[in-house]
Structure formats: C-alpha cells, structure tokens
Ligand binder design. Structure first.
Ligand code: AVJ
Length: 321
C-alpha cells in the first residue's frame, strides 16, 4: 500500500495535540462557546462527512459533481496540457477524478488535507486508478501556512477548491485566504465550488438530514474531545442544531446542552446552562455577484461561471487579476 508514488510530504504535523487542546479550551471558556470546525475531520469525522455527501438532502455534492462533469472539458482546454492539479481539502478525492479525467496528460496531483490517515488511503487509491500520474499527498492544515513542492517549470498549475469549503470562512477571512493562495501558491487558475443563496427550506434540510448523519458528524466533535483530551461529554446531553441565518447569509451549526451540566475537559471544569450552545460551524452562501466581488477583492478575476439549472450551486474559474 505504501507505494512510492503516494509517499506523503510530511512537511509539518498539521494538527498538533497541544494546539487542539488550546483551541478547545479557549473556545469553551469564551462567553459564547465555540469550537473550530477544522477539528471535525479526524478519521471518523472524515468518514461521516463522506456519508453526509451521500444523503439525499445534502444537494451540494451531487449538484457540484454534475456541474463539474459539464464544465471539465472546457476547463481542461483553458488550462492546457501537462498541468498539475493542487486540491485544498481533498478528502476522498472523488470530484478530482472528473477533473483529472478531463485534463490532457495531467503531470501531477497534490492533494492537501488535514486528515493524515485518510489522505494516505485516498491518494493510494487514486494513484492506482491513474497509473501515469504522480500523486504527492501533502498533510497540512491549509488554513495555516504550509508549503507545496516547487512548481514543475513550464507546466500550468490549477488549484481545485471544491465543495464550498470556502463557506467555512467569514467573508473577510475568505477574501484574505483567497488573496494569500493567489500570492503564495503560484497558480495559473483556480477552479472553485461555492454554494449559492437559496430558499431556506432547501438549506435547512441539507444540514438536518433525516438519517441523522449530520447530527452524528457534529456530535463526533465531542466524542473526539472525549477520546483525545480526556473529557467526559455525555453525548446524550447535547443535541445537533443547524439552520440558515438569513441576515448573515450563513448556515450555523451548534451543539445545544439539554440540561445544566458540568463537563471535565483536559483537567478543567466547563459549565453549561440548560439550552446553552456551542457554535461549531458556519457555512456561508454567496450569490454569483457576491462571489465575483469577493474574488475581485482578493486579486482574482472571475473568468467563467457555471450553475446547475436550478441554481443550487456554482463553480467558477478564477485567474490571477
Ligand atoms: C465541507 C464546509 C463545505 O459547510 O456544507 C456539511 C461541511 N457541515 N454538513 C458545508 C458540512 C455539515 C460542509 N463544507
């Protein structure tokens, strides 16, 4: 399994335990409790996220996949032959296959992900499927500074940032992040997927699937804290809450305490009032105009846009301005 072609670039430990502990204690000591959503993705969390993507209510994955199937050939023409593809938050690399199959003789694939074990497995199976492709997984938290292998000179570099992962950032931070990728990753273009604003019933359902997978994904964060930070969260004493907050243009996810309780986390006692919640994730939604604006503020120019016919999801090609 540890084939030469998928040898990881162990550039840095992407999520040191001490940082995890510091982040959790900081978040749970604040007057309004919160946890950083990047910590959802331990091995079990990554698997649960894949399961979310298969739920009928969670339209982003299926709709974005359809858009990519439709636009990939055009993107490949605009990119040119021999390109390398860099993916931020690659997960299981499922959508990547559509882009890789369309590109003309892609030279290399650099998946970047915070979940080391998961990344290894995904990269290995992709390398099996594309025997001519060099696959170089990069274990990194892409929200923190990280390094990529040097560009292959003379070959185009295409960034791939699908799944509306950009929606996790506050718009101000999103602009800053996109600006930084533009300056530092020396890409010729970025293909990015962004969830659109829409009817709230559709949005609310996507984050409250009937099978309860999103709830399990949210609650897994507490399980992870129990496992890794010597905590004693009672998972039956918290409930998953998610909904669209229209004035902010975002889905908010929370874990709500069902009773007054005290929880031990890494040697500290954390008090929860009944009904108090931990804010665990934001998922911002953008209209095409809003996202064009955001890109322009961060040195990118939107050159192409693709939407599904119901205007549920959008995919854009951005070029450095
Ligand atoms: C991976 C951040 C795009 O916000 O829709 C899915 C994560 N959270 N269901 C999203 C998520 C709950 C997802 N992103």
């Amino acid at each position: 399994m540890a084939k030469q072609t998928t040898e990881a670039q162990w550039l840095a430990d992407p999520a040191p335990q001490i940082e995890f502990q510091r982040s959790v204690l900081r978040g749970l000591s604040a007057p309004r409790k919160s946890l950083e959503c990047k910590y959802f993705y331990d091995e079990r969390g990554s698997a649960l996220f894949d399961e979310i993507c298969r739920q009928p209510e969670y339209y982003p994955t299926a709709v974005e996949t359809g858009i990519l199937e439709h636009c990939a050939a055009g993107v490949a023409d605009l990119t040119g032959p021999g390109a390398e593809l860099v993916e931020l938050g690659s997960g299981a690399s499922l959508k990547t296959r559509i882009v890789l199959r369309a590109l003309q003789r892609p030279a290399r694939y650099l998946p970047v992900d915070i979940s080391a074990e998961y990344l290894q497995a995904a990269a290995a199976s992709l390398a099996d499927e594309f025997p001519d492709l060099k696959v170089r997984p990069v274990v990194a938290d892409f929200t923190a500074p990280f390094r990529l292998p040097a560009r292959i000179s003379g070959q185009p570099r295409l960034l791939f940032f699908p799944g509306s992962t950009i929606g996790n950032f506050h718009p101000r931070d999103a602009a800053q992040f996109l600006g930084k990728t533009c300056r530092e990753l020396s890409a010729d273009a970025m293909l990015i997927g962004v969830d659109l604003k829409k009817d709230r019933a559709v949005l609310d359902a996507a984050y409250n699937d009937a099978a309860g997978v999103t709830a399990a994904f949210n609650l897994n964060l507490l399980e992870r804290i129990n496992r890794e930070l010597d905590a004693n969260f009672d998972l039956d004493a918290f409930e998953h809450r998610a909904g669209y907050v229209e004035r902010r243009g975002r889905i908010e996810m929370h874990l709500r305490s069902l009773r007054d309780q005290e929880v031990r986390v890494a040697g500290r006692k954390i008090h929860f009032a009944a009904g108090e919640s931990i804010h665990t994730e934001n998922s911002y939604k953008y209209s095409v105009d809003e996202f064009r604006e955001l890109a322009a503020r961060s040195r990118w120019q939107m050159t192409h846009s693709w939407l599904d016919e119901r205007a549920l999801f959008s995919v854009y090609l951005l070029k450095p301005a």
